[in-house]
Design a protein around this ligand. Structure first.
Ligand code: ATP
Ligand code: MG
Length: 172
């Protein structure tokens, strides 16, 4: 479906900036200047993926902060979510995508976020890469194809008025 990418991102940023502020860490968002205003993608799935990654980044970061960036080139969008949090040990990196696997104790969660995130990314035909250094931070990169739409498909006015509509026309 058609997504207004710029405002979609602003909404997410607004929400997570508040969460970061409440925790006393920073939240930065940068995006490439020229990105299409509208793209064809699955808004609900994309939102769920980004919410999962961003809420993890905030949850597992106590100092410094979280940053999100968006670039778009040749119909490919790249979202990078990086944090200066506790990081994930090398041995645990594969495990975190399995259902109910949680590497860190003492923080809330069910261990399903990343499992769902990977599933949704696969469904969307995307790619999810990650790297982490314990004690330094974690970075996820989500790469998704999305074609740009110069503007949302307008409802053709003529179709509405000339499509055999039998009612009386009224001007209001
Ligand atoms: P849920 O997302 O279901 O509420 P959760 O956040 O614990 O619970 P996942 O999102 O699947 O579960 O993440 C699995 C585990 O991976 C986490 O418990 C944590 O140990 C580790 N992890 C995920 N993201 C990060 C991160 N940004 N920094 C450090 N560890 C992380
Ligand atoms: Mg999570």
């Amino acid at each position: 479906n058609e997504v207004g990418l710029v405002s979609f991102m602003e909404q997410l940023v607004y929400m997570f900036r508040l969460q970061a502020e409440a925790k006393g860490i920073s939240f930065d968002y940068t995006r490439q200047q020229r990105i299409p205003e509208f793209v064809a993608t699955d808004e609900k799935r994309l939102r769920q993926i980004l919410i999962n990654l961003l809420s993890n980044a905030i949850k597992f970061t106590d100092h410094g902060g979280v940053s999100l960036s968006l670039t778009y080139r040749n119909e490919v969008a790249e979202f990078v979510i990086s944090d200066t949090g506790i990081g994930i040990a090398e041995d645990d990196l594969e495990r975190i995508f399995k259902p109910f696997e949680r590497v860190t104790q003492g923080r809330p969660g069910t261990g399903l976020g990343l499992t769902i995130t990977r599933l949704l990314t696969d469904i969307m035909g995307g790619d999810l890469q990650y790297e982490s250094v314990p004690g330094k931070g974690t970075r996820f990169k989500l790469v998704l194809m999305m074609s740009s739409l110069s503007r949302p498909t307008p409802i053709p006015v003529n179709d509405i008025w000339q499509g055999g509509y039998e009612g009386r026309r009224r001007t209001i």
